[in-house]
Design a protein around this ligand. Sequence first.
Ligand code: ADP
Length: 880
Amino acid sequence: MAQYLAAKADHPDAILFFRMGDFYEMFFEDAQRAAPVIGIALTQRGQHGGAPIPMAGVPWHQAEAYLAKLIRAGFKVAVCEQLEDPAEAKKRGSKSIVARGVVRVVTPGTLTEEGLLDARAANRLAACVVSNEGAAIAWADVSTGAFEVRLAAASELEDAVVALAPAELLAVESDSARLTPAAEYAGAALTLRPAVKADAKTAARRIKSAFDVSVLDGFGDFTETELSAMGLLLDYIELTQAGSAPKLAPPRRSTTSAFMAIDAATRGALEIERGTRSGAREGSLLACVDRTVTAAGGRLLSERLAQPLTDVTAINARLDAVAFFVEERDRRRGVREQLKAAGDLARALTRLSLGRGGPRDLAQLRDGLAAGERASALCLGVGGDAPHELVRAGEALSLLSDPACATLVQSLERALAADLPLLTRDGGFIAAGFDATLDDTRALRDDSRKVIAALQAKYAEETGIAGLKLKHNNVLGYHIDCTTKQAEALLRPPLNAVYIHRQTNAGSVRFTTNELVELDAKIARAGQSALARELELFKDFAAQATACERKIRAAADALAALDVAAASAEWAEEANAVRPEVDQSLALLADGARHPVVEAGVRREGLGFTPNDARLDAEGKSGPRLLVVTGPNMAGKSTYLRQIALLAILAQAGYFVPARKLRLGVVDRVFARVGASDDLARGRSTFMTEMVETAAILNQAGARALVVLDEIGRGTATFDGLAIAWSVAEHLHEANQCRAVFATHYHELTRLADKLEAGANAHLRAKEWKGDLVFLHEVAPGAADRSYGIQVAKLAGLPRSAIERAKAVLARLEASGGGVKVEIADELPLFAQVQAETQTSEVEAKLAAINPDGLSPKEALELLYQLKAVAGSAGSDSDR
Ligand code: ADP
């Protein structure tokens, strides 16, 4: 217990998995908290301080599944292993305790196991430090080795955290209040660390030792805040990996200005990576456009959509690669074929270098690198005008330049067996013919087995027992198995001199012979040495892979980049998407643009999507700066707004766009408020949320921003709402002077748009046809003539009486000049009266049900009598 308590004291905030034989046991509060979460029984063992000790255990070979449950439920788990063989401990004395130690703390941000990770999502660990000079976020993906540090203004910190969507966020204790909302928005577990862990000087030392350099200049000129954030991160990785820290790539540096800023509310409204309805990938932009065929490609695309670029040259470099694959369909197909065969290089490599890999990780390296080499040939054999990104990827994937890596692939191709076990300790993963020593021990083992097989016949003859069998189990090893009756002869002289009794069971008796014991031991020894040899070879391969780390990581990045470029081309062809022209202007000029997700949705229902143009220009030259959009509910306003923002995001992510043509001046920030929902978890009503968010927009949007706002100012009294909507529209036009689209129900605003110098109106067309409203989903210049609210209500199935009533109220309101007068309540007839007037009578209902063409003259006459009777009984009052 003392050993347990000491380990627990070092990891008070984690559940301690304490290895005892074949189980990980949990004790005390850990057991009580974890047992219900992972659905195992809580038991008791011994006593501590006079009370029984609560205990729960999981079998070690199933630990991963239980770990996954605990991590998902927000726990951390410290894994305390036996550091020596119990037999070793015994040698020191019968009472000595097996040495144990925590070998790892499993936390949401430091996972590496395939079973614990989502293959298509990055798993980032981020560390934030805020100081007088600003804020810095360092992040790493332990599973792939990516490492980056990003400088941000303190005000941009939350958005930057949300953009990275880390699984776990580290901060010093004093920043807890500041970073809690960011962690919540990003869905990250917040882990607080003591301030000393973010000391810049210690951090510099730590980074130097991690990357084995004497000065940091080679990586860039880091500020103290950046160093602190990196130090906080590296310290935690070391702590959780208990010394065997994974190799990270040298830190990349960037600033938030390199990426389009997209706040959490905008991400939600635009459903970039997650659909709001499902809360998962489904229904999102990412799910809609993702045609990648590898997990790493999926992760890269998700990262690109989450963080579109702002640098025109970099955006164009990505677009060049996509354009190439659009043109070169055969090459695209070839590359995608190769990619399908590639495994997850980066994650396999990390597991191998941490000593957590298995035979299948070696196979992933072999397949990934070999597929990369073939894809490389397709990219490099193009001639002079191949896009830079593809040439770079081709070079990174070519094995010619790296003999060590090429050798590794070749030997893996020969070494690995066709069917690979999950775990190295299961053995049998090295193919025959690869290693002479292994082949020899295996031959020894197999020969002995053959000898044993021959023994069965020999013993049967010797004893005269025809049904004698040789069997094997883990307790006795090889043994002779016969029935009680047959055994009698073996138990008597002379046979009992050779056949040694081992065990009597119900119905069978077991014997062995000296010869058998010897052979059994020989087979076991050969099996053990074969396994030992395999493990040695595995270790050697893992070491070779780790030595080729740089090359393999570069190849993994190149494969992902190729996958994304080819996927964009694939999707572009399917969805009729085009290359956007991105420049430094302040315009957004789209012809025939579509909302990719809504379009896919309506197409699934067999309907068509109506493309629409959009013209915006912050300078007011090639289009208005502020566009006010009106039109009935359900006409397509919010779809139109969102599609404009999505065009910018896709284009700057380096993807093709669903439009006939798009010219886009780089957007540095996009704000979308479409369909605000109550943020009740944070104690705010819809209106309050909307105002907080609107405040953020008016305070932050600069000339390069793109703002799309849907129905600001609902949720309060009409005049208040109109006044707010009015002032917000005016502020965007006059003060922010950015590209903005504003959808509203307040028709008064259309007059404002006409009056403003760079304002304009547009509306979504709808028409009435046979008393019903038909949406054309078509954007036309000018304001909508009416809002058609009552017609939409009718379409939604409001009772006829309520519709008639609304029409009457509307007519009076309009007649009174738009002002809401108290007298209206007195002037209008009562609801009950209107309801009676509009109710369908029994006669009407009967008439409606008649099909005159299907009636015989006799039936018609009968019906007439019935109707007359109903009319008579209902009385003349209600049946006019
Ligand atoms: P609003 O914001 O005006 O209430 P929405 O944008 O939510 O309307 O659109 C309502 C529905 O109309 C969408 O769910 C979609 O099915 C359909 N829709 C919208 N725009 C188009 C379009 N351009 N072409 C075809 N259908 C559309």
